[in-house]
Design a protein around this ligand. Sequence first.
Ligand SMILES: [Zn+2]
Length: 355
Amino acid sequence: MDISLIQAQVESEIQNLNSLEALEALRVKYLGRKGLVTELTGKIATLPQGERAGFGQQVNALKSKVLSLLEEKRPTLGGQSSKAQIRPCDIGMPGIAHELGHLHILTQVTEEICAIFNRMGFSVVEGPEVETEFNNFTGLNIPLDHPSRDAFDTFYLKSPLDKLGAGKSKEKLLLRSHTSPVQIRVMSSRKPPFAVVVPGRVYRPDAVDASHSFMFNQIEGFMVDKGIRFSDLKGVLEEFAKAVFGNDIKMRFRPHFFPFTEPSAEVDISCIICAGHRSQGDQQKRCSVCGGKGWLEILGSGMIHPNVFKNVGIDPKKYTGFAFGMGVERIAMLKYGINDIRLFFENDLRFLKQF
Ligand SMILES: [Zn+2]
C-alpha cells in the first residue's frame, strides 16, 4: 500500500470537512481501532525482517501527520484544540490579581486622630456601647429634669432583670449618646494624672439625612491633673487641628454651654476651602462649605465641671482638667470634602475605594 498516497488522501479529505462530527468520523476512519493507519501498524509485524524498520518509520510519520492535520483543523470548526484540554494552565501567563481590601475611611480617620493625641501623651481607652443612665447622664452633671438631656437623648433598653420579673432594676440601660460615659468610667477607677482619648460609636434618635444619622462615631478626650488650665486645652486642640487640617488654619473658641464642662466652648477652624475670606453678596458666590461665614465648627470642649469630679470622687479643689469631643464623620467630611454623612454607611465601593 502506498503510504504517500494515503497521506494525500487524508489531506484532501480534511480540507473538505465542514463539521466537528465529520472530523471525528475521519479520525475514526484512519486512527480508530479498525482505522487504516492502525491496520498498517498491524502489518509491520507480518513483513519480512529487513522491511519492518523502514515501513514502521513511514507508518509512524503518517500517523503523526494525520494527528497534526486533525489538530490544525479542529479549531477552525469551532472545536477546542486537544492541547488546550491537556494543558489548561499556562504558568507563563500573568495571573488574575486579587483585590486587597483596606480600612474604611472612618477607621482611617479615627486612627489618624488617635495617633495625633497619642504623640501628645494621650492613651486610648474604649468603653461599652450599652451604658447605664448614670454614666451617660447623671454622672456627667445632666440631671433627669435638665433640658440639655434632650440634646443627648438616646435609645433605652429593657433591663434583663425586668424580663426575669425581678422587679424594676434601679439602673436603666441605654445606648450611649456620646463617648463621655468613658470619662466617668476612667475617672472613677484611676487616680489622676491621666490623659485619655476615647473613640467609639454613639447613638441618637435622629432621623437620617445628609448631616444626621442615628449612629455615628465620636472621639472624646480629657486630661486631669493638678494645675491643668484652659490654655492647656487650647494648646492641645491647636496642635490637633493643625495636624489634621494643615498649619495655615486659624482657630477660634466660641463660648457655649455643655452641662459637663464649665467654662465651655465650641471650637471653629478657618474654612479650609475659602481660608476664611468672607464672601458676601448673592448665594452663588458664597463658599458652599462654610456658607460664606469663613469658619467651620469642628468640636466642643471645656474645663471639666466640678460636679463631675465630685460624682467620681475626685477633689475639684485639688485637680482640674479639660475635656473635648468631636464627630469623626464631621472631621472626615471637612477633610475630604464629603457632603453627605450617609455615604459612610451605604457600603458603596465606588465611594469607599477613593480613600
Ligand atoms: Zn468657606
